[in-house]
Write a protein that binds this ligand. Structure first.
Ligand code: 13P
Length: 250
């Protein structure tokens, strides 16, 4: 049985004051839950989150990482630095990084590997745009994003990773993929990995992201191949986030 994971991606939101309240509420609210819960605040707040979440069941993650270990890379943050702040997870290849910062599959793969080498668990984000879905290209786009990792590092690289399927058209739009739409892509992702190694595929957690709310989380997380969620907007509201975590706890 795969243990469900709910991760909150705060994106570029927060203040020291607001975070303190949110983190305390999340910390209190998840105690006793059977699913795993993590939050991914912006870099400058990792220290604050680390200290508020110390000793709690809530894991910490970052939203991106440099593919380089150290050096003259102004503005970048290395995997080793994230580890020093208690991170366990790091998002790689979020669609906003791909679209707004021009991250290519090759760069995403390098970030994935930098994270893994440092002992972080990469959460590889994949997903198609609306135009790609309408052109019937969803599965091939997602397969290509997965292949960037599988072809370069082999299927074993997936054993210590998480995949998040986030259809670009569902992110921040209020339009969620239907449970059946999401399940179909999740099953296709698992089948791609299974074609290389059935055991790795069986253990792989595949999260859904894109307008997950308390109202739709139960049905989404009830699908056979949906192992939790990557939550944006709703992760900024403690009650919503906690109710989504509860939905993963069934
Ligand atoms: P929303 O939940 O706001 O749609 O964002 C999803 C997302 O991009 C999480 O990484």
């Amino acid at each position: 049985m795969r243990r469900k994971l709910v991760a909150g991606n705060w994106k570029m939101h927060g203040t020291l004051q607001k975070n303190a309240v949110l983190l305390e509420e999340v910390r209190r609210g998840v105690s006793g839950l059977g699913c795993e819960v993590a939050v991914c605040p912006p870099y400058p707040y990792l220290g604050q989150a680390q200290s508020i979440l110390a000793g709690s069941a809530v894991g910490l993650g970052a939203q991106s990482v440099s593919e380089h270990a150290f050096g003259a890379y102004t503005g970048e943050v290395s995997a080793a630095m994230l580890l020093e702040f208690g991170c366990r997870y790091v998002l790689v290849g979020h669609s906003e990084r791909r679209a707004l910062h021009g991250e290519t599959d090759a760069q995403v793969a390098a970030k994935f590997e930098a994270a893994r080498n440092a002992g972080l668990v990469p959460i590889l984000c994949v997903g198609e745009t609306l135009a790609e879905r309408q052109a019937g290209r969803t599965e091939s786009v997602v397969a290509g994003q997965l292949s960037a990792i599988l072809d370069r590092f082999g299927v074993a690289a997936m054993a210590a990773a998480v995949v998040a399927y986030e259809p670009v058209w569902a992110i921040g739009t209020g339009i969620t993929a239907s449970p059946a739409q999401a399940q179909a892509v999740h099953a296709a992702i698992r089948a791609r990995v299974a074609a290389r190694d059935a055991e790795v595929a069986d253990g792989l957690r595949i999260l859904y992201g894109g307008s997950v709310k308390p109202q739709n989380a139960v049905e989404l997380f009830g699908q056979a191949d949906i192992d939790g969620g990557l939550i944006g907007g709703a992760a900024l509201v403690a009650d919503d986030f906690l109710n989504i975590c509860l939905a993963a706890n069934r």
